[in-house]
Design a protein around this ligand. Structure first.
Ligand code: NDP
Ligand code: MG
Length: 422
């Protein structure tokens, strides 16, 4: 499109404008943000690259990181020519060679490759979009280096919310939400004092089993649970949406991200997934953010905040709009949601235990080793059996994570949680 990159050294005005001599400006005069995408081969990762394609004068890919999907990573690397790429899965890393890469792209190896990439001076913003507790390391390293983080990986805050928020504060850096509900809350809060916020209400589609009762969910298969009515997402979060564990994790995420008390957070089912959450203020006013279900909007807002620009996201079709529905969640059929509220109240080690138990149970459900209803049961059992500590260190949280995974493994093998009859 005929755009070229230029250095704009300026004459003495840089410091006043808050500019840095090493910042890159495009010919249109915008400062380009150089982003590293952790989990670039996933659903959020691919949507992030769509946003980059739509805003080439503002965003530039500086780093990409995948786990196993080397083929897609290579394709992305040839297109974006980042400074660094990382393959985190040891076996898959061997499938990519330096001589396949563009000149100027470096393949980073080893246990600390992700840390090296996010901490490189060539990276301004890190998009944290790895799935599960595995996303904590990169997020933590980015914050430690004072990098801005666009956070999709909610598990980071579920596992270590207070420590992560403390680190971001100490490093005076921004942790911007990508999760659509949290982006909605963040957008609705702009311009208001935090002390004026009375309550936030997260919306959720209700998942594929909305309206069903527990006895109807006894024998659901992974294929049924993977059919989400409104969102296209990776398999783990799709199962979380079917159990409502996703909403549970989001309650915990909101608790730490916005420093709310657990009883300030509510959940309401909204099958259309257009209103992405509500914020109620002290004067009784309620603000919401609405847009079609498309993650590219919250991703873009996190990457361009506080600005808004025309982007790739679908727009609301006002001519076909008829009604938006709301209903109360069914806490009996979906006990995972109650676990989330409980863990948000208790804090401490509970988040790490709930998250790890859930990750393990979901992966076993996907392999048809346990039944759908066992997922929440396994999480309940792990929470009940764990040794609670109110102010754990990061190391202690990692220990809790390992313990919960081992316990779920042991329970599954001993068949002490009901196995699916097939
Ligand atoms: P996907 O399963 O689609 O993608 C996961 C990504 O993480 C892939 O790039 C995968 O690499 C990589 N990955 C998987 N395991 C590891 C590991 N152990 N170490 C390093 N990288 C790993 O997930 P989503 O994109 O759906 O979700 C990503 C995160 O964003 C999750 O935390 C989810 O909760 C959150 N989120 C997602 C939303 C969505 O709409 N999808 C909405 C809101 C939040 P590879 O494919 O190469 O193996
Ligand atoms: Mg969400």
């Amino acid at each position: 499109m005929g755009m070229h990159w230029v250095w704009k050294p300026g004459v003495g005005t840089q410091e006043r404008a808050g500019r840095n001599l090493s910042d890159i400006y495009t010919s249109t005069g915008y400062k380009q943000k150089r982003i590293a995408v952790l989990g670039s081969t996933g659903s959020i990762g691919v949507s992030t690259l769509d946003v980059v394609d739509a805003l080439p004068d503002r965003l530039k890919v500086a780093g990409l990181c995948a786990h196993k999907n080397v083929e897609l990573l290579l394709e992305q690397t040839l297109k974006y020519k980042p400074e660094f790429i990382v393959v985190t899965d040891g076996e898959s890393a061997g499938k990519i060679r330096q001589d396949q890469l563009p000149k100027g792209t470096q393949l980073l190896h080893g246990a600390d490759a992700v840390v090296k990439m996010v901490q490189s001076p060539g990276v301004d913003v890190v998009v944290s979009a790895i799935v599960g507790a595995a996303g904590l390391e990169g997020t933590w390293a980015a914050l430690e280096a004072g990098k801005e983080v666009a956070l999709a990986n909610k598990e980071t805050l579920v596992v270590a919310g207070p420590l992560v928020m403390e680190l971001a504060k100490a490093k005076k850096t921004k942790l911007l939400p990508v999760d659509s509900e949290h982006s909605a809350i963040f957008q609705a809060m702009q311009g208001s004092a935090r002390s004026a916020v009375k309550k936030v209400v997260l919306t959720g589609s209700g998942g594929p089993f909305r309206g069903k009762k527990a006895h109807e969910l006894d024998h659901v298969t992974p294929v049924q649970a993977l059919k989400h009515p409104t969102w296209q997402m990776g398999p783990k979060i799709t199962i979380d949406s079917a159990t409502l564990m996703n909403k549970a994790l989001e309650v915990i995420e909101a608790r730490w991200l916005f420093s709310l008390e657990a009883d300030q957070i509510g959940v309401i089912v909204h099958p259309e997934s257009v209103v992405h959450s509500f914020v109620e203020f002290a004067d009784g006013s309620v603000l919401a953010q609405a847009s079609p279900p498309d993650m590219r909007l919250p991703i873009q807002y996190a990457l361009t905040y506080p600005e808004r620009h025309a982007g790739p996201t679908r727009k609301l079709d006002w001519m076909s709009l008829r009604s938006w529905n709301f209903e109360q969640p069914d806490m009996e059929t979906f006990p995972a949601l109650g676990l989330g509220l409980e863990v948000a109240r208790q804090g401490g080690t509970c988040g790490a235990v709930l998250n790890a138990a859930n990750e393990e149970a979901v992966s076993r459900f996907l392999k048809e080793e346990i039944a759908f209803l066992d997922i929440a049961k396994a999480c309940r059992a792990a929470l009940d059996h764990h040794e609670f500590s109110p102010r754990p260190t990061l190391d202690e949280l990692y220990q809790c994570d390992r313990w919960a995974r081992q316990e779920i493994d042991r329970w599954t093998r001993k068949k002490t949680i009901t196995l699916q009859k097939r």
